[in-house]
Design a protein around this ligand. Sequence first.
Ligand code: GLU
Length: 467
Amino acid sequence: MKVITRFAPSPTGYLHVGGARTALFSYLYARHHGGQFELRIEDTDTERSTEASVNAIFEGMQWLGLEHDSAVKFQSKNLARYQEKIEELLVAGQAYHCDCSKERLDKIREQQMKNGEKPRYDGKCRELGLNKTDQTIVRFKTPKSGSVTFTDHVRGTITVANEELDDLVIARTDGMPTYNFSVVVDDADMGITHVIRGDDHINNTPRQINIYHALNMPVPEFAHVPMILGDDGARLSKRHGAVSVMQYAEDGYLPEAVLNYLVRLGWSHGDQELFSKVEMIELFDLSGVNRAPSAFNTEKLNWINQQYLQQADSLRLVGLVERRLQHLGVNLPTTVNTAAVVELFKDRAQTINELVDMGLFLYQPLNGYDDKAEAKAFKESAIEALQAVIAACQAVADWAQADLHQLIADVVADLGVGFGKVGMPVRLALSGQAQGPANDAIMQVLGQSESINRLQAALDHVNNKFA
Ligand code: GLU
C-alpha cells in the first residue's frame, strides 16, 4: 500500500509554527515510506479565508522546502463533489434536512447545560422527512447505538460510544459543506492513507469515521500530534513571540534550522539534536512522536540556527547578509567585502540578522562612540597611539598583503606601552565599540583609506576633548 499524506490548512492566517510542524510530520512520513505528500487548502469558510493567507501558506511551505507531489487542491473548487455526496446520503436515508431555528437550538442547549448534560442536538427533525428549503441545513444521522474505535498512531486505541455524538451538521443553509464532511470526502477521494493533524481535531475523528462508513469509503489511519506550548505552559500564541514561519525568515533564521527545530518539537530519535532533511526522512516515524505537548524554546532554536550558520556555504550567507543589509537601507555594493564580514562574524552570531547587526558598522559611518568605552579608551594617551597607527597605516604600500597585526604590534613596541593602550583606542576609533573582532581584521575589511579616515576622525575627536 502506497502511503499518501496531506496537509490541509484553512487559509485564515499565516502559516504558523504548529501548522508547519504538522505539515513537516506528514511530509516526513510520506517521504520515509516512499509515498506522496499532498497539499489541500480548506477554504469553504468564505468569510474567513483569504487569498493573502493562501499565498502565505505557499510561501511558508516553499521556504521550508516541504514540496507536495500533486497540484494543490482547493475545497472551494470542489463544491459539486460534496453536494453529490450529501445528496447520496440524503437519498440513502443517512442524512436529513433540519429546520430547527437557532433560538430552539440555543434553548435546548441552555436546558441541557442546566441539567449538567453535554449539549447536543436532540434529533427533533431526524425522522420528519423534511424537504429542502433555504432555511434548512443537512444533518448526518449518527448511528444511535454502537461505538467507534480507532487506533491512533500517537494516542493509542480510542473508543467513543455513538450515544456521545449527536447528528452533526454536514451542510449549511446555503449548501456549503462543513469541515467534518468535506474533509472526509477529500481524504477519501485523494486516497489519503494517513491523516496526520493536530490533536485539536481528535474529537472530530469518530464523527468522521461514521461518515466514511456511511459513504462506503475506506477509513484512513490517524495520528493526532500534541499541541505546542509556549515557555510558560500556555498554548503557543503571538504573545510568546514570533509564531508565523515567515517571521523566522525575516528574523534571519535558516530554513533548514527551523525545520530541524520543528522536527524536534514532539519527535525524538535518541538524544540526537541535529538532523539534515535526508536524515529526518530516513529516521522519522510516528512511533517517535511524543504524546505530551512540547514547549517552544527560542534559545534552543537559536542554538540550532547557530550550528547551521557555521556550516552554511559562504556564498549563500553572503547573499542572505546582503539582502538584510539592503533591507536596512545599505546601498550595495560598497567597498566592504561581505564575504570577509561573514567570515568575521559567523561563529559569533546566532542569526543572519544578528550577524548583520554585528557587522553594520563596517558599512555605515559611525554614529558616535560607545560612552563607557570612550571614557576608558579615549584618554589623552590615545593621541599618541592614534597618531602612530595613522602614520604606520599611511606607510603601507599594499594593504591587501600587509600584516596589519604586526603593524599594530610594531606601534606598541615603538611606544613602549601595554597592548591595550593602542588596541583599545584603535578599536573604538574603527568600530565605535569596545568589543569586537581583532583590529587588524577590521582594518583589512574597511580598507586603507576608510581605516585611516576613522582613525583620523577619532584623533580629531580626542584632540578636541583635550584642547
Ligand atoms: N482545515 C483543518 C485545520 O486547519 C484541517 C484539519 C485536518 O487536517 O483534518 O485545522
